[in-house]
Design a binder for this molecule. Sequence first.
Ligand SMILES: [Fe+2]
Length: 599
Amino acid sequence: MSILKRATDGIAVNILGIVTKSHDTGLALLQNGAPAYILEEERFNRQKHTLEFPTQCLDALFADSGLTFDDIDVLTTPWEMDRLRPTFYNNVTGKLPGSLNLLRPGAHRVQASAIVNLPLRLWLGLGKRYGYRKVPKIVQVSHHNAHAAVFNVSPFEEAAVLVMDGYGDDTSTSGYIGQGTKLERVWQSHFFDSLGMLYTCVTEYLGFKVFEEGTVMALAACGGPTYVDKMRDLIELRPDGQFRINRDYISFDTHGLVRPFKWKFYETFGPPRSRKDPLTDHHRDMAHALQTVIEETILHIVRDMEKRQSSRNLVISGGVGLNCVANARILRDTKFERVWVPPCASDTGAPLGSALWHWHQTLGNPRTFEMTHAFYGKGFTDAEIKAALDKAGLTYQKFEEADLLKKVAKDLSEQKIVGWFQGRAEMGPRALGNRSILSDARDNKIKDLINAKIKHREAFRPFAPVVLLERSKEFFEVTQPDPFMTLAPRIHPDKLALIPAAAHVDGTGRIQTIERSANPRYYGVIEEYAKITGIPVILNTSFNRQEPVVNSPEQAISCFHRTDMDVLVMGDYYTTDRNPAAVKHARESFVSVPAAGSE
Ligand SMILES: [Fe+2]
């Protein structure tokens, strides 16, 4: 029976989007156009941004869904060899002999060069597990098409779609127009005119690692305008939304991350910082200049997109879409009235995007699904949670939901720090309320305490406030919901004193708005907290410490004991037990796996 016939007969069509050899490997199962599972391998193998084949994701998918590999109708992957391979070969041979450096392993540390054989790698990996003859043909979807395809699960029937990342298979920035099921690329940049790549290179110049771009974004708010004019010389804004990165300064088009900058960059901005050097005003000002110039370039692109179509809705995808400061500026400074960024804007969403593209663009199915939450990851039963607590030798209490919410709200109001593990894990890089550390937003000391004692990270790093949607405008300069923590609006000046820990140094907050329907238990805690304090805002940060976000109850217990959290809540279970034997075991048994791409 054909796939379309099956769909119209009400039989589930299972499309499995899957990726390996690129950072953030994982999979997504799309059933009749709706996501059922979105799993990232890093959550299982504990290597941040892992490039490994998503073996454990596959095991979890088939164990939890009850499906077998035979039930998969179509396999998709978010890279297209017909575009990727010519780009790769042209780049390597384009500026000989220097461009041969692009073949060196360090040239693109977060992506193995084996990605040019991605379909073969997938066939081998899947064939070994399930039988080579059983592997269906792998449908390749252009990387930016896959990012753009999240338009199909956005709230909009019509929208402009902007994709920005490090590299796709043929471009690094592209613009689409989405109307109903139709999604058309109307604009793209040159491959090496990459805002994502520039951000990554300056991040490394500032002594941080690849994937720590968010830290530089936070640092930018601490800096001043010293280098802004000089940084503007790095990006030339051209007509029709185009821009060009000045090759007098950068050499990532020939050397990748092995040697991303030319001498002129160091002459202009000075030597790079090593990770152990102290952060100075120079570094803060550099971060500020970078963020400013990136924002200006994004606004330049977006203003061109305004002219191309009449819709005032904008969807942003790709890793640069995680820049919540730039996203907020788009809403403030352009004609777009709504901005939607999925919770998996980075490559964590690429497998889903490849499946969505196939379902809607290739098979022509209408849109039937809107993404309103991010909880498509791994879940655990009550019995599994209880077994993990018992195995760790902890004492605990089990509560009815209403009592649990009141208890946790009271803890938060007393400035206790709560590890909060509920339901299915969020997909994407942000903890959004099921694998979160929750705390009081009313005292600035909390922020320092969490940075120093829980997360072990820089003091300037901000925390994300989560606010009940219906009271969000009271505290923040917002005009729309933001359930996925993708905007950093200003906090109303008269509210700053009420929630000082939620404010970054520039007076903004990277908010998450929460509706009861999206996550009743998470909403319920904040609602109860608001009854005690009058404040409908708490702090939310990801449940981890120098590791991927916790996935299982065992990992949550380990993180609880390796940090100075006061309370751990998992499902209906509540514990404060930090008995010395369990704490010792957690600290001694923890193995920190270096992130993919780190040196
Ligand atoms: Fe990407």
